[in-house]
Design a protein around this ligand. Structure first.
Ligand SMILES: Cc1cc2nc3c(=O)[nH]c(=O)nc-3n(C[C@H](O)[C@H](O)[C@H](O)COP(=O)(O)OP(=O)(O)OC[C@H]3O[C@@H](n4cnc5c(N)ncnc54)[C@H](O)[C@@H]3O)c2cc1C
Length: 413
């Protein structure tokens, strides 16, 4: 097949999907990129650059670069707010999709923020992470009071750009694709069932919440009262390496990400005292040894996973753990606790795999194409964190490798 006539559908516009879109487009392939949320960039676009006085190679900037490149390429057709509903046929595949009309017109919205001020429901209006690329503001239909019969139009009435249109129209469409790339990524573990008070204590947050807080305020502010947190605990392996939950794997990125975040906080808040509860530390990158040595000098490292967490009368968090050094139960008090949540298979994997006449492996992640078991149908591929926990750099190289396999497949067919 001449690549100029080839068409590939990519499902998921995280760093893996964006990398693949840009690379395939570079080969002359037409690409349809489907993203179910209103925003592009997946999880990686939500992360902070962790550089202090020098780059620490966290990879956050890679996502922005991939986003810019994919959105600028004329061969890439982007469908945000879109779910693939059915896949039929074989080479070419027929893909039926449904796109919810965007409630905020990205071309008109200037990101002034008046809609956030007017909205009576916390969290109903979402702020995007890449102000210069794609939509920057989106409204959640499931929370918006216009759609629950309350007919609230406060945001629409206040918008000086006339950018908000509260109509629940959805459009359906179909495309033909010669190959499909599943880049549906991962889901972060929801720690509500752990004995850490997540969802009950405002100052117990996940690592993704911490990324958002740091992005919004530069320093780590307590959600309960907006005070800068002085005593901060990180609890590692929440939802990973947990046989009881059926998640025995290490999520690979959490130790590196949390230690870099801890050092970033310390560089911005001189008085921040950071404690790190861990099982063991996963190495990352060639600079790991010097980074880790330096981190250990400034961070209290406790090789234990807390058993319980309580809120004190002064709205502090008391963490109870078994200290292997003293062989005794110990307590420490913190202003905020960050739970480093594990990376789980994306919630949609099973449904998507069924649609593609494929199957996830026993962990729930997608098997890599060409694996000995769980062979994919011809022309169907998966890459990035849809196939298992991985860093941004690994997601990029996984997507690039998958594109290479797809190009071979397309030229041979
Ligand atoms: C708290 C935290 C900190 C991290 N820190 C670092 C770090 O410092 N360095 C690092 O290298 N990595 C870090 N990571 C890992 C990084 O986020 C991943 O490597 C990266 O996001 C993987 O990209 P991806 O595109 O494979 O998946 P994702 O980012 O999960 O993107 C998948 C995309 O697919 C979309 N999607 C899913 N299902 C569908 C569907 N059915 N239809 C349409 N769209 C769909 C999703 O909405 C999403 O946009 C961190 C992760 C977390 C949670």
């Amino acid at each position: 097949m001449n690549l100029d006539h080839a068409h590939v559908a990519i499902i998921g516009a995280g760093v893996a999907g964006l990398t693949a879109a840009d690379a395939l487009a570079g080969w002359g392939v037409q690409v349809s990129l489907f993203e179910k949320t209103p925003f592009l960039g997946g999880h990686a676009i939500q992360l902070n650059c962790k550089a202090t006085d020098a780059c620490v190679k966290c990879g956050a900037c890679v996502a922005e670069d991939k986003l810019r490149r994919a959105t600028r390429h004329p061969n890439v057709m982007i469908h945000t707010g879109t779910q693939v509903e059915a896949v039929s046929g074989r080479h070419p595949y027929q893909i039926a999709y449904r796109t919810h009309s965007p409630l905020v017109n990205a071309d008109r919205c200037n990101g002034c923020g008046i809609c956030f001020e007017k909205c009576p429901v916390p969290g109903a209006i979402l702020q995007g992470r890449a102000p210069r690329v794609g939509p920057y503001v989106a409204i959640r239909r499931d929370l918006c009071r216009f759609f629950d019969n309350a007919a609230c139009t406060l945001c629409r009435d206040a918008c000086p750009q006339d950018a908000i249109s509260l109509s629940d129209r959805a459009q359906t469409g179909t495309i033909q694709a010669d190959a499909i790339f599943m880049a549906t990524g991962f889901s972060p573990y929801n720690p509500s069932d752990k004995p850490y008070g997540y969802g009950r204590f405002a100052n117990v947050i996940t690592s993704l919440d911490a990324e958002r807080l740091l992005r919004e305020h530069t320093v780590m502010k307590r959600p309960s009262d907006g005070r800068a947190a002085g005593r901060i605990a990180f609890v590692q392996c929440v939802g990973s390496r947990d046989a009881q939950l059926g998640h025995p794997w290490c999520s690979k990125i959490c130790c590196g990400s949390s230690l870099r975040m801890a050092r970033l906080i310390q560089s911005r808040q001189n008085d921040a005292q950071i404690t790190f509860f861990y099982i063991d530390v996963q190495t990352f990158g060639k600079d790991f040894q010097s980074f880790y040595r330096n981190a250990r000098e400034n961070i209290r490292m406790i090789r234990a996973i807390p058993g319980d967490m309580l809120r004190t009368d002064r709205d502090e968090l008391k963490v109870i753990y078994f200290d292997p050094e003293s062989s005794a139960s110990e307590e420490s008090v913190f202003d905020i606790v960050v739970l480093s949540v594990g990376l789980l298979p994306a919630g949609d994997n099973a449904r998507m795999a069924r649609m593609l006449d494929w199957a996830a492996d026993e962990s729930g992640f997608m098997p890599l194409h060409g694996g000995e078991r769980h062979h994919a149908p011809a022309g169907i591929y998966a890459g990035g964190a849809a196939t298992g926990p991985m860093t941004i750099a690994e997601s990029v190289s996984s997507a690039e490798k998958t594109v290479f396999d797809m190009i071979r497949y397309l030229t041979a067919s």
